[in-house]
Design a protein around this ligand. Sequence first.
Ligand SMILES: *Cc1c(COP(=O)(O)O)cnc(C)c1O
Length: 235
Amino acid sequence: MSADARRDELADRLAETRRRIAAACADAGRDPDEVTLVAVTKFFPASDVRLLADLGVRHVGENRHQEAEAKAAECADLGLVWHFIGGLQSNKAAAVASYADVVESLDRAKLVSGLERGAAERDAPVDVLLQVSLDPPGADGRSGADPGDLDALAARVAEAEHLRLRGLMAVAPLGEDPAEAFDRLAAVRREVLDQHPEATVLSAGMSGDLEHAVRIGATHVRVGSAVLGSRPSVK
Ligand SMILES: *Cc1c(COP(=O)(O)O)cnc(C)c1O
């Protein structure tokens, strides 16, 4: 596909996604400015990030360290806000904090010291979201902290000098009505906000369920395929 054709395709998909967000906000009685679109560019080339930036996207999300690091470096001139949304390994945490402006997937205390080290070396505060699991306890392939562990995790982040606790991130479990899962998320969020009033960010909602997330107060939606098209299937 030529660059012009790709640009047109991305412009159309982006407009449709923005229309969906606006409609969901209207239904929920919310101001669309309260909801930030994070375009999830994983598996897509840096040239797409560039086109999206040109189309007004400011926030991009990536879920694999090596790919994210390379793309962030290639697109450093664009002044984008990079969100790391994937599973974190403790031996990569410092490296991720060296380029990610927002780390959305902190789900265990073991990661805090690495993130703090990376943020300190970079000499810029890194925003952190705690990823909370909405799966039943013990579910397979579960990622995210147990809601019961959030208090302790939040306290660890709040202590770290170069990390800023900003809120929560969650993914609706497969095979469950996202509306129900997100209702649980809204309740968890209220409890966290009681203790940490600064943790106002709620990153929830993807291509298939962003309307439900906007309804329960998401401040960030992470949208991949609806904006970029279906991802190449890679194992
Ligand atoms: C890939 C991914 C998304 C985007 O998913 P789409 O269904 O393509 O919109 C959102 N959040 C996380 C954590 C992801 O890994």
